[in-house]
Write a new protein. Structure first.
Length: 132
């Protein structure tokens, strides 16, 4: 009986494994608040819906988003692509948890500059979503 040679690990399987290993560490990822007027964000990575209409900034509190750098996989020309870069989320716990179930809110997300720029609508949203 002839033994089959073990399969060589392909670049694709290596990339997928690397992506999954990196994704496990998302619980420790640092999130920060960003004002939409200073970003090019258009789509929430968590719920996959629009954050804003091109050329417009929504009214408070929707002019504030959560952002972090993480790995994202997608298909391009029938090949798996993995990219590391900024991902943007609505400032809602369910949007962040959709991609990062172990997400832990941190007071470090909010800088003194952010606090001084908050309107009542921002404060209310942050309290309702994150109990901060």
């Amino acid at each position: 009986e002839q033994r089959k040679a073990p399969k060589k690990e392909t670049i694709r399987s290596t990339t997928i494994r690397y992506f999954l290993e990196k994704r496990k560490s998302s619980a420790t990822r640092k999130y920060e608040l960003k004002w939409l007027k200073y970003t090019k964000a258009f789509k929430c990575y968590g719920c996959n819906s629009a954050i804003r209409v091109p050329g417009e900034i929504p009214d408070p509190p929707n002019d504030l988003i959560a952002s972090t750098s993480e790995y994202k996989s997608f298909m391009k020309e029938r090949k798996l692509q993995v990219r590391f870069g900024p991902m943007h989320y609505h400032l809602r716990a369910e949007c962040i948890a959709a991609k990062n179930p172990e997400f832990q809110v941190s007071r470090d997300m909010i800088t003194e500059y952010d606090k001084s720029s908050f309107k009542e609508a921002h404060q209310r949203l942050i309290y309702e979503e994150f109990n901060l």
